[in-house]
Design a protein around this ligand. Sequence first.
Ligand SMILES: *[C@@H]1O[C@H](CO)[C@@H](O)[C@H](O)[C@H]1NC(C)=O
Ligand SMILES: *[C@@H]1O[C@H](CO)[C@@H](O)[C@H](O)[C@H]1NC(C)=O
Ligand SMILES: *[C@@H]1O[C@H](CO)[C@@H](O)[C@H](O)[C@H]1NC(C)=O
Ligand SMILES: *[C@@H]1O[C@H](CO)[C@@H](O)[C@H](O)[C@H]1NC(C)=O
Length: 185
Amino acid sequence: MILLRKEVALVGLLATASLAAVTGLRNRQAEPSNFKLYAYSGEVIGGFPIFYADGLAYVGNGSALTGADEVTAVNLTASTGGTWTATPIDDVSWSSKVFYISNTTGEIGFTDSANSSSNIITSGFRFYGKFALLSVSGQMEASWNAKETGIENVWTLGWGSVDEDSSLAAVMLRNAAPMQPPAGE
Ligand SMILES: *[C@@H]1O[C@H](CO)[C@@H](O)[C@H](O)[C@H]1NC(C)=O
Ligand SMILES: *[C@@H]1O[C@H](CO)[C@@H](O)[C@H](O)[C@H]1NC(C)=O
Ligand SMILES: *[C@@H]1O[C@H](CO)[C@@H](O)[C@H](O)[C@H]1NC(C)=O
Ligand SMILES: *[C@@H]1O[C@H](CO)[C@@H](O)[C@H](O)[C@H]1NC(C)=O
């Protein structure tokens, strides 16, 4: 079931990419200057926004995550090196953080730009059309996943492949909002 969703998503990505190539709209170099990220996974996650809560990146309805101290939607900007810098929309204790993936756990969150930990990836994020990818050793990869939190319409965003028995759903991240906001946002 989850595997099927992943395949559908990847087919969708390829179809979009080749369509863009044909119509000449594709531009790998131009990174968006101010964007928001939305997660898509079949019918279950139909374009929920990525938001910040207590240092981590989540997908879904931020208002529902009542157990967190700090929750905010974020605007993002991309540097030429593919570092994404988040600006909070709501009033929180910070004004700027960089998006990271832990390359030991696959955890995804937002940290101080000065964080020089060797266990986090903070650059190499790219767009292919509107799809967010990570450049790893010269290869573009998209292994975004979403894990249920037990709260309706809230998932943690992570990185890593999804197999059949997994509690994770493979998601695509796009810098485009859905035509219609998903129910429950
Ligand atoms: C977030 O981006 C929108 C445009 O997409 C802009 O109107 C808004 O002012 C930005 N908010 C912050 C806090 O930067
Ligand atoms: C740097 O990132 C690591 C890995 O996520 C984290 O454990 C650590 O707390 C961060 N340090 C700071 C100062 O944010
Ligand atoms: C994680 O990524 C950083 C930067 O890309 C690299 O220096 C480090 O060796 C990696 N660590 C692991 C455990 O793969
Ligand atoms: C988002 O969560 C809040 C808090 O649980 C809830 O009141 C709101 O209705 C949810 N949004 C939608 C559109 O369901």
